[in-house]
Ligand binder design. Structure first.
Ligand code: AMP
Ligand code: ZN
Length: 458
């Protein structure tokens, strides 16, 4: 079956063909590591994980690059305000370098708990300053930049198709933004390099041909994607917020220097919202994966919740939906466990599952196929073979689950030991009394060759 994916650039579902088969270059915009990831961010990484697993299921040789934004992402997308890293540093009292390390590690733990496969390459923006400067020089040589008192800017009016990805109404924006442009020539112009504020030493700053400062947010992705995947590669992805600004500007930079539009497919995961509002780190209050764990949820229940919605629709988070996902995942796990040893996959059922996935990663439909298999009348071994094969894409670790062993409280263990002593001295009345007490506490005593065992009464 052919894999068909929605491409934001052309606004259509297109058949996916690698540019250089069997290799597939996949670039995902990474986290800005000034705080923990929220579950909205994690929804986007789960979508990208399904994409990667699907490409691998098609036997492509995927090279997955995901950057770590540890400098240059300013509080405002309009290139004003503080750097988020320096802000995070002030908030926590740790250095910008320390918080980058701390939150990167926390992010990796979240991804592992969600069974999101690690990218093959995790480049950090601060490790690629030279590459970013070289790219800005290239853009400058092509005549797309101008200098202001606070940095080097990209002149978006020089690119005829600027904003094509987002279908931006550039003229409308221009007309509406007469005020507050500062030294910017056009409202959509953006910083490639920002100077450190006069008289101030930033924690993160570097020398450059234009002056001491730091790279703008967008340049890191163009520079690192080109370094690891080449100037034109297969798929670039991120969340929907990246369409009008970040990815639009990445395309402008790469077109200016390399004369390519960076990626063949542009894919975007839609937002997780709560009561209609976008979840955002900058809003202060947000839900982390750890919040869900503290509330007693398995992280994979959150993965299930995300798979139950298509990545191209917004997902409204609430606790009822979370409970529903946890219950469904548990039922599925119990089915899978109960089926015993796996046999081969049923080809017809597996084809139906793959047809849903190949239809622009329709995970809700794919889960529906799994439930039909679970409730249907295939022999158990076939059911299990099919569901485990599907789980290579779903990533719910369905084959690893086993019912938790009930822990026997210590008080009951003590009663059992006392009963054994009573029996040893042939005090049958006392032994029976202890057995009844253990039963009343909810446990049966099963005599086995290894001695008496306690089993919860059903
Ligand atoms: P950031 O740390 O802001 O650079 O975001 C990391 C990733 O999460 C990017 O791909 C964003 O587009 C994505 N993202 C941000 N907020 C949300 C949200 N509420 N729901 C889904 N994805 C999001
Ligand atoms: Zn990016």
């Amino acid at each position: 079956m052919a894999l068909r994916l929605y491409d934001t650039y052309s606004r259509q579902v297109r058949e996916f063909e690698p540019l250089q088969p069997p290799r597939v270059g996949l670039y995902a915009c990474g986290l800005t590591v000034y705080d923990y990831a929220h579950i909205g961010n994690l929804r986007t990484y789960i979508f990208e994980d399904i994409l990667r697993r699907t490409l691998e299921a098609h036997s492509y040789d995927v090279l997955h690059v995901q950057n770590i934004t540890d400098v240059g992402h300013l509080v405002s997308d309009a290139d004003t305000g503080e750097d988020k890293m320096e802000k995070g540093s002030r908030r926590t009292g740790k250095s910008a370098w320390e918080i980058a390390k701390f939150f990167t590690e926390a992010f990796r733990r979240d991804l592992a708990a969600l069974n999101v496969l690690e990218p093959h390459i995790w480049p950090k923006a601060t490790d690629h300053i030279a590459e970013q400067i070289a790219l800005i020089q290239c853009i400058e040589e092509q005549g797309y930049t101008y200098l202001t008192s606070d940095g080097v800017y990209f002149d978006t009016s020089r690119l005829a198709d600027y904003g094509a990805l987002a279908r931006l109404d550039v003229e409308g924006l221009q007309a509406g933004a007469r005020v507050d442009l500062g030294e910017k020539r056009n409202p959509t112009d953006f910083a490639l390099w920002k100077f450190s504020p006069p008289g101030e030493q930033r924690q993160m700053e570097w020398d450059s041909p234009w002056g001491v400062g730091f790279p703008g947010w967008h340049i890191e992705c163009s520079a690192m994607a080109a370094k690891y995947l080449g100037p034109y590669f297969d798929i670039h992805c991120g969340g929907e917020d990246h369409i009008p600004v970040h990815h639009t500007n990445e395309i402008a930079q790469s077109e200016a220097c390399y004369k390519t539009r960076l990626a063949n497919f542009w894919m975007h995961g839609y937002f997780l919202v709560t009561s209609g509002e976008k979840m955002a780190k900058s809003a202060g209050e947000f839900l982390r994966l750890q919040t869900l764990i503290d509330e007693g949820y398995d992280p994979l229940s959150y993965r299930y919740l995300c798979l139950n919605a298509h990545y191209r629709s917004r997902l409204n988070f609430n606790w009822e939906a979370m409970d529903g996902a946890a219950t469904a995942l548990n039922r599925l796990r119990q089915h899978v466990y109960g089926w015993g040893a796996p046999g081969p996959a049923d080809e017809t059922a597996l084809d139906r599952f793959m047809a849903a996935i190949d239809d622009d990663l329709n995970t809700p439909q794919a889960l529906a196929v799994i439930w039909e298999v679970a409730r249907g009348n295939l022999p158990d071994a076939f059911k299990k073979g099919t569901v485990l094969a599907a789980d290579r894409i779903l990533g719910l670790r369905l084959g690893e689950w086993a019912p938790p062993e009930t822990e026997v409280p210590e008080t009951i263990q003590t009663l059992l030991a006392q009963r054994e002593q009573a029996r040893a001295v042939k005090n049958w009345a006392e032994a029976d009394r202890l057995r009844d007490e253990i039963r009343a506490a909810g446990f049966d005593i099963i005599d086995s060759p290894d001695g008496p065992q306690l089993k919860p009464r059903s």
